[in-house]
Design a protein around this ligand. Structure first.
Ligand code: BV8
Ligand code: ZN
Length: 255
């Protein structure tokens, strides 16, 4: 069922009665903060590159300065951005319902900056850089990296412990998800009585299997996305609209 902006009473009853709500978010929840999603890439230099081609270990090994520059440009954009009403509404749900967790595919910290307490990062974080050789954590210097909209190649820093090239602390395509985060996300999906998908294309696995796992375990799945996605079929309700409008409306309707 696809509802454009109207929120059926039954959906509100189910959401208001949620005992264990799991919010599953993708790049679309940060779109209204000005953060380019994967499939509507920014018009900058990077629109000439397919993120699926840059977000890989092979790309980093082949051209570390190109990949490090891309991530520093993205990290600068996140540092300049603010959480949008969708992030705030998702954080606000935790004050209205007994148990709310967020499982995100995003590598930004906008859920946390909006006040969300329990956030599981399936694909790592832009702030968690580490040495690609000895895995020593790397602390980014304070402030916003000096990369321009056009982006530029930036050689990655050298690890203080072994001199190896520092890499972004994200999960690249072809890399396994952090075991603990993935195990917790699967458990949360199976235990949820309401599973709310916000702003994801549902194309990247194994993360995209979570809504199915939740539905199979009996959860009521709700999807918020302006477009249709492969998740439509497992959602009991598809709310067709931008998260920045739909999420505050849902929160307000809970009273
Ligand atoms: C792995 C970090 C295996 C980096 C990311 C089946 C099973 C297992 C794996 C695979 C499989 N099939 C294929 C694979 C391989 C691959 C994969 O899924 N490929 C895809 C392209 C087919 N998966 C992997 O490689 C994963 N690893 O499986 O390892 C393994 C096992 C053992 C040993 C070794 C290996 C790792 C995947 C993680 C990749 N890293 N991110 C970085 O950020 O640079 S994924 C990255 O892309 C994001 O994190 C995110 O997850 C994904 C993009 O998806 P979305 O978040 O949904 O964003 P997208 O732009 O696609 O869509 C935005 C949506 O928002 C749209 O629907 C749009 O309509 C909507 N929207 C827009 N505006 C708004 C909005 N919605 C609401 N409001 C708005 N305003
Ligand atoms: Zn090192």
């Amino acid at each position: 069922m696809s509802i454009a902006f109207t929120t059926p009473a039954e959906l509100l009853d189910v959401l208001a009665g949620a005992r264990r709500l799991c919010v599953f978010s993708g790049a679309g929840v940060s779109a209204e903060s000005g953060i380019a999603t994967f499939r509507q890439p920014d018009t900058g230099l990077w629109s000439r590159f397919d993120p699926l081609m840059l977000a890989t270990l092979e790309a980093f090994q082949r051209d570390p300065a190109l990949v490090w520059g891309w991530y520093e440009w993205r990290r600068a954009a996140v540092l300049r951005a603010q959480p949008n009403p969708a992030h705030h509404a998702i954080a606000g749900l935790a004050a209205r319902l007994p148990q709310v967790c967020v499982v995100t595919q995003n590598v930004d910290d906008l859920h946390e900056r909006a006040g969300a307490r329990d956030v599981v990062h399936l694909h790592g974080s832009l702030e968690a850089a580490r040495c690609s050789r000895c895995a020593a954590p790397y602390a980014h210097p304070a402030g916003i990296p000096a990369v321009t909209q056009g982006g530029e190649r930036m050689p990655p820093p050298a690890c203080a412990a072994c001199g190896g090239p520092v890499r972004p602390g994200v999960v690249w395509f072809g890399e396994s998800l952090p075991m603990q985060a993935w195990a917790r996300a699967e458990a949360l999906a199976r235990e949820a009585d309401v599973f709310l998908c916000v702003g994801t294309s549902g194309l990247v696995y194994p993360a995209a299997s979570l809504p199915q796992q939740a539905a199979r375990a009996g959860a009521a799945v709700i999807q918020v996305n302006p477009d249709a996605t492969p998740l439509d079929g497992c959602a009991r309700w598809n709310l067709r609209g931008p998260a920045g409008a739909v999420m505050p409306a849902l929160l307000a309707a809970l009273g």
